[in-house]
Design a protein around this ligand. Structure first.
Ligand SMILES: NC(=O)c1ccc[n+]([C@@H]2O[C@H](COP(=O)([O-])OP(=O)(O)OC[C@H]3O[C@@H](n4cnc5c(N)ncnc54)[C@H](O)[C@@H]3O)[C@@H](O)[C@H]2O)c1
Ligand SMILES: O=c1ccn([C@@H]2O[C@H](COP(=O)(O)OP(=O)(O)O[C@H]3O[C@H](CO)[C@@H](O)[C@H](O)[C@H]3O)[C@@H](O)[C@H]2O)c(=O)[nH]1
Length: 442
């Protein structure tokens, strides 16, 4: 099938490339010409493992094109996928201006029947608004489909090629077969429903995952006070199939371009129909507080922070991405600077993006974890990059001015800490012990 994908962010680019990989002809469109120029050289504007190889392969095979000419792409396609951003407005609601503009542009360009499929995360009822916008700009016939996206940054290609499920929301059931055929190259687990339910499935899924994270973070905070180990608690809980082991990793909380935005948007969606989503409001509040645990632990260890120097390992909101949208590091670094600390920052990939957002004379940009640690009064690990897991902790203790390691992602095991000479703080685990907590498999 011939597809036009509007927007070459994570969702547009990865899904466009994966649809091409499965044999479809795909034209990816973006307003930003510099992104299109890069993509035509098989260079990705986003950092995502494996994406450039797939772009090159599909450009060469002639199945993939990149252009800023939206009208031409729409005219040459059967299905138009909307994958533009839906960022937060100041009140938490989703900003639909990009999606409305894209829908208007598509409507104006139409030259015959099209299926317009929305992959962007949009509040319940938005696809109906998209239908109205299209109808204002074309008298030609079209259908709308909601196909929310569930990929994760850092594992986006694998998530798209091998998804747990695909959700399709339709109002014209005659489209069912076309949609199933288009998507079953990825999986047979395709759930077809009405449009409003499909839109809600996306928000409910993200809100539920965010709830799991805030839940385990509160359990971690209690574990610290009662002397239990949250990693063991999560292991034990996760063995129950009804609970599941994923998204129970305690730490400094969730960030990124989705969970913070989508939880706030769902609170607003509920509020708009006079429903107070009390549970989700608490999830957000717990997450906001959790990142400051790093600062409290620094204060506990070092006393006042004015004039101290702190190495920061990890700026991205999670490993394998350079995305710093809503990264806990942004607020933590800002708080440390306000307290008068010198911050020595290192991230394997996200340094440039962080530099674009944050600049201050108290910041020192470092080129290795060791440089960030050398002579510092403490190191704080904020992103669980593999690179940090491999650091020699004995050597780390020897180059720090004070041997303090605050591990915001529970990356290190007790055995690694023992004998390292480090004063080690983590999240929801006892300060140090040699108990054997191996799982007993019978
Ligand atoms: N990032 C993720 O991991 C992820 C995963 C699932 C769902 N989502 C959702 O998918 C949507 C897109 O997210 P993203 O992170 O890919 O977005 P993004 O903001 O990174 O990228 C959107 C792109 O769309 C382009 N664009 C905007 N208006 C346009 C127009 N009229 N014509 C052509 N191009 C236009 C922008 O220039 C930009 O390159 C959001 O609703 C998001 O919530 C994101
Ligand atoms: O047990 C966990 C799991 C994740 N996180 C944090 O949660 C955030 C989000 O992680 P993840 O879900 O892996 O990344 P995203 O790329 O933001 O993906 C989420 O948001 C996307 C956008 O909507 C959805 O498509 C995905 O299904 C959903 O997982 C990150 O800061 C992680 O560090 C934890 O703290 N503990």
């Amino acid at each position: 099938m011939k597809l036009a994908v509007i927007g070459t962010g994570y969702v547009g680019l990865v899904s466009g490339v994966c649809f091409a990989q499965k044999g479809n002809e795909v034209i990816c469109v973006d307003l930003e010409q510099h992104k299109i120029d890069m993509l035509n050289r098989a260079e990705s504007p986003i950092y995502e493992p494996g994406i450039e190889e797939l772009i090159a392969l599909n450009l060469e095979a002639g199945r993939l094109e990149f252009t800023s000419d939206l009208a031409d792409a729409v005219r040459r396609s059967d299905i138009v996928i909307l994958a533009v951003g839906t960022p937060s407005l100041a009140n938490g609601e989703a900003n639909l201006s990009y999606i409305e503009q894209a829908a208007a542009d598509v409507g104006k360009a139409m030259n015959g029947y099209k299926i317009i499929m929305t992959k962007s995360t949009v509040p319940v009822g938005t696809n109906e608004k998209i239908k109205d916008v299209l109808a204002r700009h074309t008298s030609l016939s079209f259908d709308i489909v909601s196909a929310p996206e569930f990929l994760r940054e850092g594992s986006a290609i694998n998530d798209t090629l091998h998804p747990d499920r695909i959700i399709i929301g339709l109002d014209n059931t005659g489209l069912r077969e076309t949609m199933v055929t288009l998507h079953q190259v990825f999986t047979d687990k395709i759930y077809v429903t009405d449009i409003r339910s499909a839109e809600m499935i996306k928000y409910a899924s993200n809100a539920f995952l965010a709830t799991k994270i805030s839940f385990i973070n509160e359990i971690a905070n209690i574990c610290e006070k009662v002397g239990a180990d949250v990693t063991c608690v999560a292991d034990g809980m996760g063995m129950d199939k009804r609970i599941g082991s994923s998204f129970l990793q305690a730490g400094i909380g969730y960030g990124g371009s989705c969970f913070p935005k989508d939880t706030n948007a769902l609170i607003q969606i509920a509020g708009n129909v006079d429903y107070e989503f009390k549970l989700l409001k608490s999830v957000v509040e717990v997450n906001t507080d959790q990142r400051f645990m790093i600062v409290s632990k620094l204060r506990e260890s070092l006393g006042q922070l004015n004039g101290v120097s702190i190495g920061i390992w990890g700026l991205a909101f999670k490993p394998n991405t350079d995305d710093i949208r809503e990264a806990p590091a942004l607020e933590i670094v800002e708080t440390l600077i306000q307290a008068g600390a010198i911050v020595k920052l290192y991230d394997p990939i996200a340094m440039d993006k962080f530099k674009e957002r944050v600049d201050h004379p108290n910041i020192m940009w470092c080129s290795s974890p060791q440089q960030a640690a050398e002579g510092s009064d403490a190191v704080c690990l904020l992103t669980d990059w593999e690179e940090f897991k491999k650091v020699d902790l004995v050597q780390l203790a020897s180059i720090l001015h004070k041997p303090v390691l605050i591990d915001g992602r529970n990356v290190f095991a007790e055995e690694q800490i023992q004998g390292s000479g480090l004063e080690y703080y983590s999240v929801g685990r006892p300060r140090m012990s040699g108990w054997n907590r191996d799982k007993v498999e019978v």
